[in-house]
Design a protein around this ligand. Sequence first.
Ligand SMILES: [Zn+2]
Ligand SMILES: [Zn+2]
Length: 303
Amino acid sequence: MNFELLILGSNSAVPYKGRFPSAQALTLRNSSYLIDCGEGTQIRLAEEQVKRNRFKAVFISHLHGDHVFGLPGLLTSFSLAGRKDPLFIFGPQGIREMIETAIRLSGSFLSYPVEFQEIITNKSVKVYESETIKVFAFPLQHRIPTYGYKFVEKEKARHIVPEKLELYNIPFTQIPDLRMGADGISVDGDVIPNREVTRDPHPVRSYAYCSDTIYDESLISHIAGVDLLYHEATFMHDLAEKARDRMHTTSCEAAMIAKKAKVQKLIIGHFSSRYDNLEPLLHEARSVFSNTELAIEGTRFEI
Ligand SMILES: [Zn+2]
Ligand SMILES: [Zn+2]
């Protein structure tokens, strides 16, 4: 079952040739989730040929323009395409007012219901759950209220071993319960432990998104052990003081978070436009955490 992250944009505040502000599309099975929506996101979605009717929810990290200014345009385009399905939008306090005002003052109309959920929390909380995924929001330290998100695949059903069902004479009607972990009962009434007739499912996969934030070890507990971590790396470490002043992180610090959180893989992004060449940021991060990649527009990461 595919679980894929597509980078639509990964540049920081100021526009830069060929680089777009923050936006990502996360797809699990047939559902997609939009993570941040900087200017130009709908153009990027068209360029990457992402199926727009698959989007179930939008998760906005904070209300700085490079993370949200693409949303009014995207929502009205969904409407022009005749969308009917509801869309959930998560974000900090103010997201509803910001978007509803833009829609209202522009005389626009949405053909589908939008359900806003404004997040206020100082710990990790579950904000969304579907048949296949759970999403948690957790606080980041930035100049305005900002949240990171963790996307965790739901527990999968256990695998049945058909030969064992035959061996122990367990009726096939019990398969749904066995997949959920129940013990089997043979036609003679013997109880057969679940582990005798099933195998463990594939481990659940997870992705965490930490957009704009100062270096903050308190977020490690929220993202510990994820398969894929996106962490902002606006500057290189020689500008650590500037990063602190602007409440951003350096590539070296992003890698330290990845290392301390024992994640499988790190992607760094939210690059300052001062960097024409991003390789030095990558080298710096890899010197601390080797399994690091750049969040380049158009890159797809299988989780
Ligand atoms: Zn930003
Ligand atoms: Zn910001």
